[in-house]
Design a protein. Sequence first.
Length: 507
Amino acid sequence: MIRFNLARNNHDPSEIDLSGSYLIGSEGVPLLAEVVLRESQLICNKRADGPAGIALLWDIHSCGSVMLETSRLMDREAAYHLPLELTRGRLMHIFQKREDWGLFDLEGSDTLDKLNAEVDNARDLFVEALKADTIAHLTQISEKALKGAFVVGEKLSQFHAELLLAKRKQIHAFHRRTIGVSADVANVSDKYRQLLGEHFDFVYLPMPWRLLEPSPRELNWSLFDGWIEWLTANRIPIKVGPLLSLSMAHMPDWLIAVGDDFEQVLKLTFEHLRRVIDRYSPYVLQWDVLSGIHAENPFNYSFEQIMELTRTTVSLVKQLAPQSQTVVDLTAPWGEYFARNPRTIPPMLYADMVVQSGVGFDALGAQFVFGAPADGMYVRDMFQISERLDRLGNFGKPVHLTAVQVPSSQEGEGVKAGGGAWWKPWSEAVQAKWLKEFYTLALSKPFIESVTWRDLVDRPQPGPITAGGLFNGHMRPKPAFKILQDIRGEVLSAIRKPPARSVPERK
């Protein structure tokens, strides 16, 4: 068992939000555990031996409310001081990433020298906190050290991203289809389609099985035929998916009813994939074959069954559409869900198994959607995002960010109700700043081939994020849209150029 003291200056410990908290074991894998608040202590009862850390939504003065992690700690009777351990965890990751990013090898950079001085200052404050002789002094210095470590982590990630992005632009290492957006298939207005066609390199067309086949063999082709015809006529590259998701929002009710019969689901999935690909394969550039089956497992399929579903569906799509790219899409990339449901698979373990098992897919997908109180959507800062992207790049596959989004307004009652906040409560200005820093960071990674913003226009229907569009419900652009267009212009000007053909000299 691990205990944490929650003593904080000017804060009531009972106000802490534990809704998204979980324990972390080796390699960052979430652990099954019970996390409860008793008076001013956080009690963590884990079901596995060995050291563990905790991740939870934490308010940092003037920096927002962000998911943070401690380092892994040993069981002991005495309680750890939570702000101190969050600082230790942050500094440990900063020291590791400075080495991974090769920042120690850079010389003559005044900016980096200042950032290193900020790291040293946060470290010195941490050491001072260790020597504190009262809880009040320990808390005061720990919170100051944590804020310093948080701020400099964000700055380091942006400094590193700007260096790599400049190099990527210099060598023209971008693809022609880098900046995209997901279409709302229910919105067929001329204005909406005009915005799609004029301002993006491709369109991601969602094709939920629930909409396509609401009843067995009663196929609603007309909805998607119209979109495919319009996109093709306007020469807009098309990405489609997911072909399969075990999400209740994706599967039709009649399929959910037979979901316990794995063989039947596999058979019906094959039939579904064959129909869709036979109809649309000549027009589709990329298929998002599976999305999030590692995270959502309502039928309690075994690990072997999930891997079989992955192998067989990807193989079928490659067989039926050999000219198209196939993507295996990861949701909730930190894997919080695994701490609640052991019948799921941590995302990085799933990705590793798919790569190692020889499944013939072309690229990994990943979703980074923040701002809602749900696993995978609690706010993370840019330093953590950069770390996670680096881990995706280590698998040796191209990466497509298939859904990226944050809200432009603070939904719910207060910051915590909305799943956290980045620096300030969500607003159009904060959304624009977040978009700029995220795209700078993502496009600096040489393995990132495309980024898809989730919603072009705010959605009127209930959902985890309804105010995440680049345009509001009246089709007026938000500041984030202008930022994204500027980024797209820079990318288009730095597209890979073919090598100049040499002309033989005349004799």
